[in-house]
Write a protein that binds this ligand. Structure first.
Ligand code: AMP
Ligand code: TRP
Length: 327
C-alpha cells in the first residue's frame, strides 16, 4: 500500500481553501493508502506564537481532522513535536540544502519582503517540511497548489542525497493536487489566495463559521461588472473562484454546473453557493464540539505519535548509518 503524509499548521481559522485543497483529499485517500496526518506545530513557530493559543490550536486542528472524516482507526494522526525525528532529519537536510535555493522560494520572498530582520526559520521551513515527508518514506503528499514548490524542493533534496549516499536512502515523493480545489482564492480579493491570516474575516470561510457568516461572506464576495456568468480566471477571477468553490464542494465540473443553471445574475449564483456551502459544512460543525471536548482526542494523538515514532526511528537509524552519524 502506498504511503501518504500531509500536515496542516495549527494556526487557527482553518478555511475552505485548506479543506478543498488538502483536507478533503485526506479523507479520500485513507480508503486505499496508509495515511499519516500531522499537526505541524514546529512549523507554526517560524513566526511568534502565544504558547497557550498554540496548544489550543493544536487540539482544534486535531478535532477538525476527525470532524471532516479522518478516521484514527485507518489513519495515523499525531503532533509533529511529539516525534523528535522531524527536527533531527530537518537538520541533516539543512546541511544538504543551499541558501540560494531556499531564498528563491516564492513563499519566503513573500513573507520576508520589506522586513528588516527575518527569522531564519522562515527560510529553512521548507527543509523541515521535506524532513516531515521523507521521514516516513512517503509516496504521496496531498496538498494545495501553494505547496508545489516545497514538494519540488523535497524531491530535489531526496534525489541529491540519494545520488550521494545510495538510492535506498529516501523515497522520492509526489505531490497530489485537487482539480478544482487546489487554489481557492480570497473572496474579497480573488487575485490572492484565501489565507488564514488576512485581516478581513469575509475574505475567507472558516470551516466552523455560522450559516449567517457564510451567507454574508459569499454575498459580498468581489465579482465584476459585466454581469456574464462564465469561467475565465484571467478576466473574471471573482466569478471563476465562486464557480471553482461550487465545483469542489459539489463534485460537479464547472461545465456541468453552468449547463444546469438558470441564474439571472451573480446574485443567484451566490445564493446557490451559500446553500451548497452551508450544507457541506453542516456535518463538520455537527461533529466538532463533541470531538474537541472528548478525552479520547489526546489519547488518539498520543497513540498516533507512538505509531509515527516507530516508522520515524527506522528511517533515522538508516539515515544516521548512511551519513556515519553516531556509533
Ligand atoms: P496551511 O494552512 O498553510 O498549513 O495549509 C494547509 C494545507 O492547505 C496545505 O496543503 C495548503 O496547500 C492548503 N491550502 C492553504 N491555502 C489554500 C488555498 N487558498 N487553496 C487551496 N489550498 C490551500
Ligand atoms: N508547509 C505546509 C503548509 O504551510 C504544511 C506542511 C508542513 C506540510 N509539513 C508538511 C504539508 C508536510 C505536507 C507535508 O501548508
Amino acid at each position: 500500500m502506498k504511503r501518504v503524509f500531509s500536515g496542516v499548521q495549527p494556526t487557527g481559522n482553518i478555511h475552505l481553501g485548506n479543506y478543498l485543497g488538502a483536507l478533503k483529499q485526506f479523507v479520500e485517500l485513507q480508503e486505499d493508502h496508509e495515511c499519516i496526518y500531522c499537526i505541524v506545530d514546529e512549523h507554526a513557530i517560524t513566526v511568534p506564537q502565544d504558547p497557550k493559543e498554540l496548544r489550543k490550536h493544536i487540539l482544534d486542528v486535531a478535532a477538525l481532522y476527525l470532524s471532516i472524516g479522518v478516521d484514527p482507526k485507518k489513519s495515523t494522526v499525531f503532533v509533529q513535536s511529539q516525534v523528535s525525528g522531524h527536527a533531527e532529519l530537518g537538520w541533516i537536510l539543512c546541511c544538504n540544502s543551499y541558501t540560494g535555493e531556499l531564498s528563491r522560494m516564492t513563499q519566503f520572498k513573500a513573507k520576508s519582503g520589506g522586513k528588516e530582520s527575518v527569522g531564519t526559520g522562515l527560510m529553512t521551513y521548507p527543509v523541515l517540511m521535506a524532513a516531515d515527508i521523507l521521514l516516513y518514506d512517503t509516496d504521496v503528499v496531498p496538498v494545495g497548489q501553494d505547496q508545489k514548490q516545497h514538494i519540488e524542493l523535497t524531491r530535489d533534496l531526496a534525489i541529491r542525497i540519494n545520488n550521494k549516499y545510495g538510492e535506498d536512502t529516501f523515497v522520492v515523493p509526489d505531490g497530489r493536487f485537487m482539480k478544482s480545489g487546489a487554489r481557492i482564492m480570497s473572496l474579497d480579493d480573488p487575485t490572492s489566495k484565501m489565507s488564514k491570516s488576512a485581516e478581513n474575516i469575509h475574505s475567507r470561510i472558516s470551516l466552523l463559521d455560522e450559516d449567517s457568516k457564510i451567507k454574508k461572506s459569499i454575498m459580498r464576495a468581489t465579482t465584476d461588472s459585466d454581469g456574464e456568468i462564465r469561467f475565465d480566471i484571467e478576466n473574471k477571477p471573482g466569478v471563476s473562484n465562486l464557480l471553482n468553490i461550487y465545483s469542489a464542494l459539489s463534485g460537479k465540473t464547472v461545465e456541468e454546473i453552468l449547463a444546469a443553471q438558470n441564474w439571472r445574475g451573480y446574485g443567484d449564483l451566490k445564493k446557490e453557493l451559500v446553500a451548497v456551502t452551508q450544507e457541506a459544512l453542516a456535518p463538520i460543525k455537527a461533529n466538532y464540539n463533541e470531538i474537541r471536548e472528548s478525552e479520547e482526542l489526546i489519547k488518539i494523538l498520543n497513540e498516533g505519535a507512538e505509531r509515527a515514532n516507530v516508522i520515524a526511528e527506522k528511517t533515522m537509524k538508516r539515515v544516521r548509518d548512511k551519513f556515519g552519524l553516531g556509533l
